[in-house]
Design a protein around this ligand. Structure first.
Ligand code: NAD
Length: 459
């Protein structure tokens, strides 16, 4: 295998050759990538299923379908997105024509996690290529089948000096991070995000960090409880809870708790049957290490549903926990598995005490029909993004930027926001040589009052 050094230096030369600046070249490759992915559709379902038992349906709606839709969007809009944009000129620069030029950063590094192994590797890669960059992708070492397939797909479409996938774990990642990149896009845990930010700071490399956190789900007395339970069961146990924006825990108005738990139990059984282990729709935990980590969280808690752990098969049943303390393990870190703790509140102060116990979450969900309450929650708390009366679906609209705030991340992407992430906006003013007002030139005598008037009236 070529060394990381030699791959990066070949990508630097390729970028310098200006070939990636051609929009038609980018389109050729994006179309080739789309055909290659379409030809591998079944292989993608099989690889992800082998990695952690995810169903074809879930892989289609949360990975394959989204990747194809991002490709379609980029292919359709690329010419327009990448054109210089004319903006109104300012009286201060008159006479002029003012533009924003769309410039690729150059050599981009994308580091991907395992939980949506196809989507979270391919989507940033597509937008980085669309924006005119070269890319080195490091897919997750925990999804061996999917990462190999992604590597094959990339090798079949791109020359190495344009886009390449380098597989490996922490050592490879560390070596990649030691290089000088023009942009780093990282999706993963908060702790590794800090390592990435530190490595990037050595070269002042801009980064997007798509991280995680504890995303709350608040339910008040005006909510449609049965529908809320159904939607929350879907979003929490999708991908077996291994979703960065899954509702991590519930905060529900105290008198509603028992009825809500009954609805949750019914919906879990409706979705996955009496024994979810036998359901083809309920995935496994990614590996034994994570199964043990999640199982450990159950110790000493009041499990009111599920709680079954089969470590040898990396299975954890959809589980509900009643009122764990804020100091318990399950409330101390992002759960990232199929355990749903239910906390309760009486007053807004109770909600505040719980939410402010944690760092700013990636998502926040509010179930309510009281607009005043909804607006209060949306405006009081800082979080990456969210949904009112549902969960997860803000991920599905490419017009909305997707990203965290505080420790849940920095920067955002999806659709055109992704193209913009990998693009430097170069401010350009074009001037003619005919008019050249003398106002700005020395000597300044008798000019200050006039210039003050211009500032007052026109700025
Ligand atoms: P992770 O941070 O362990 O790994 C992510 C990537 O970083 C992998 O490619 C891995 O090889 C690499 N890596 C691991 N340790 C490293 C180190 N010490 N130095 C350099 N690189 C290293 O995360 P994960 O377990 O793959 O994913 C789970 C986490 O990702 C969760 O916290 C989840 O919330 C978060 N996540 C966030 C989003 C988002 O869009 N915000 C999406 C998915 C997952």
């Amino acid at each position: 295998m070529d060394s990381i050094n030699s791959i990066l230096s070949s990508q630097k030369s390729f970028f310098s050759s200006q070939k990636t600046k051609s929009v038609s070249t980018r389109l050729v490759y994006l179309k080739a990538l789309k055909s290659e992915i379409i030809s591998k559709e079944n292989a993608i379902y099989k690889a992800i299923n082998k990695d952690f038992g995810k169903s074809e349906f879930e892989t289609f709606i949360s990975e394959y379908g989204l990747v194809i839709s991002q490709l379609n969007l980029a292919i359709k809009n690329l010419k327009n997105w990448s054109k210089p944009k004319r903006v109104k000129s300012s009286i201060l620069t008159f006479p002029s024509k003012d533009y924003i030029y769309k410039e690729p950063y150059g050599n981009v590094l994308v580091i991907a996690p395992w939980n949506y192994p196809f989507l979270l590797a391919l989507e940033p890669l597509i937008m980085a290529v669309a924006a005119g960059n070269t890319v080195v992708l490091k897919p997750s070492e925990l999804t061996a089948h999917t990462s190999q397939l992604i590597t094959d797909i990339i090798e079949n479409v791109f020359p190495k000096e344009y886009v390449t996938s380098i597989q490996g774990g922490v050592e490879v990642s560390t070596e990649l991070l030691a290089q000088k990149w023009d942009y780093i896009f990282f999706t993963g845990s908060v702790s590794v995000g800090k390592i990435v930010a530190q490595a990037a700071s050595k070269h002042l490399t801009p980064v997007t960090l798509e991280l995680g956190g504890k995303s709350p789900c608040i339910i008040d007395e005006t909510a449609n409880l049965q529908l809320a339970a159904k939607r929350i069961v879907w979003g929490k146990f999708f991908n077996a809870g291994q979703t960065c924006i899954a509702p991590d825990y519930i905060i529900i108005k105290r008198p509603l708790k028992q009825e809500f738990i009954t609805f949750l139990k019914d919906e879990i059984t409706n979705f996955y049957g009496e024994n979810p282990k036998e359901s083809k729709d309920f995935p496994r935990i990614i590996n034994t290490k994570n199964t043990k980590r999640i199982a450990e969280m159950l110790k000493g808690t009041n499990v009111v549903f599920g709680g079954i752990v089969d470590e040898t098969n990396n299975y954890i049943a959809p589980t509900i926990i009643d009122e764990p303390s804020l100091q318990s393990d399950v409330m101390n870190e992002e759960i990232f598995g199929p355990i749903l703790p239910i906390l309760t509140y009486e007053t807004k102060e109770d909600i505040n005490r719980i939410i402010t116990n944690f760092e700013k979450p990636l998502s926040l969900y509010t179930f309510s029909n009281d607009n005043k309450f909804i607006e209060y929650i949306l405006k009081t708390y800082s979080f990456g993004g969210g949904v009112v009366n549902d969960v997860l679906i803000h991920f599905g609209n490419h017009k909305l930027p997707f990203g965290g705030v505080g420790t849940s991340g920095m920067g955002a992407y999806h659709g055109k926001h992704g193209f913009d992430t990998f693009t430097h906006n170069k401010a350009i003013i074009k001037r003619g040589n005919c008019l050249d007002p003398s106002l700005r030139y020395a000597p300044y005598k008798n000019k200050l009052n006039f210039i003050k008037k211009i500032f007052k009236y026109f700025t």
